[in-house]
Design a protein around this ligand. Structure first.
Ligand code: SF4
Length: 377
């Protein structure tokens, strides 16, 4: 099983917190679609013919593309790759792009999952973040997607926003669960260096949530979603039973994936590769047949570290038997030795004697636990 990620690097305007690669130069859309099709063709052997079970259009803002752009990309994908008839095909979308007319056009394309970037239902906080939609637009867009027949919808939320209170977060959670999306991703705001929001914090014009508040919000998140029937299957991801994101889960379970477009990452089991984070450089390089990526060959300790970080994030946990088979007795013993104090403190537990999983207490300090288990030369 393999996945394909297509990066769509266009945004109508930039949100203040964002450090994903994107540009507001929408006029390059046509040239970009041609280049993306060419990259898909040039790299058609990357997955060695493995069946593709997930396709993910991420960004940027993929909903800035037109239906004819998607048609060209799907034609190329279906011609060149072995796409499973039951593949999960996700489109990330911004609420204000999801007009009734646009959703109707999307429903005629192969998409069967939508991921809507709502972030918050609080008007003031949406403005603080420079989001371009309102809370009402988000709710309307969601209902229109349902009416158009989309039965698998994810929404993205953020918490720990500047000056956000627990009550505002509770309101977001209640509004979100009232919509009953199949999937909810909820991330704590990160002040990424160099972003406008980071500069505002440096200038003391916004206040970062303190640790106590962040913890209280995370606790509310877990409790509220659990009470409403959502499974907490990854640190930041929740779903109704059976509705986990197959694409993201494939990253956490070590499946191979091809990533196309500027800044996209790929993984074939032995190497990791990432494309240049510049649309102009990408377009020129693809046209001229020049390389536009860097590659890292993954040695055994790096693959072990990746395995620790990705598997411990999920409710499926870290299989010790798999760890021994893939990385040998030395790293297996090391992992058990480093995990022992966390098991004793109740941060990690053993499921079925073979699988290490984070406990609810452990989830709060997951970064520290993972870093303790990593192999450092
Ligand atoms: S729309 Fe998404 S990708 Fe674009 S700037 Fe905002 S958060 Fe970043």
């Amino acid at each position: 099983m393999a996945g394909i990620y297509l990066h769509i690097p266009f945004c109508k305007r930039r949100c203040l917190y964002c450090d994903f690669y994107s540009t507001t130069e929408g006029r390059l859309r046509g040239a970009y679609i041609r280049a993306l099709c060419r990259e898909l063709a040039d790299r058609k052997d990357y997955l060695h013919g493995e069946p593709v079970e997930t396709l993910y259009f991420g960004g940027g803002t993929p909903s800035q593309l037109l239906p004819e752009d998607f048609r060209k990309l799907f034609d190329t994908l279906y011609q060149l790759y072995d796409i499973d008839p039951n593949a999960e095909i996700t489109l990330e979308a911004n609420p204000d792009d999801l007009t009734e007319a646009y959703i109707g056009q999307l429903a005629d394309l192969p998409f069967n999952r939508l991921s809507i970037g709502i972030q918050t239902f609080d008007e003031g906080l949406l403005q603080t973040l420079n989001r371009r939609h309102t809370a009402a637009q988000a709710v309307t867009a969601f209902h229109h997607c349902r009416q158009a027949g989309f039965g698998n919808i994810s929404i993205d939320l953020m918490y720990g926003l500047p000056d956000e209170t627990e009550e505002q977060w509770q309101h977001d959670l209640e509004t979100a669960t009232a919509l009953r999306p199949e999937h909810i991703s909820a991330y704590h705001l990160i002040y990424e260096e160099g972003t406008p929001l980071w500069q505002l914090r440096e200038a003391h014009r916004v206040t970062e949530a303190n640790e106590e508040l962040s913890l209280a919000m995370f606790t509310r998140l877990m409790r509220h979603l659990r009470q409403n029937g959502y499974e907490h299957y990854e640190i930041s991801n929740f779903c109704l039973p059976g509705c986990h994101s197959r694409h993201n889960s494939s990253y956490w379970t070590g499946q191979h994936y091809l990533g196309c477009g500027p800044s996209a990452h790929s993984y074939d089991g032995n190497t990791r590769r990432w494309n240049v984070s510049s649309l102009s450089e990408y377009l020129t390089s693809v046209q001229q047949g020049r390389p536009f990526h860097e590659t890292e060959t993954l040695d055994l300790p790096t693959r072990y570290n990746d395995f620790i970080i990705t598997s411990l994030r999920t409710c499926w946990g870290l299989s010790l038997q798999q760890l021994r088979c893939r990385f040998g007795t030395r790293l297996y013993d090391y992992c058990l030795k480093m995990a022992a104090p966390h098991i004793a403190r109740g941060h990690l537990t053993k499921k079925d004697e073979d699988v290490l999983v984070l406990t609810e207490q452990g989830i709060f300090i997951s970064d520290g636990i993972m870093s303790d288990l990593l192999w450092v030369e």
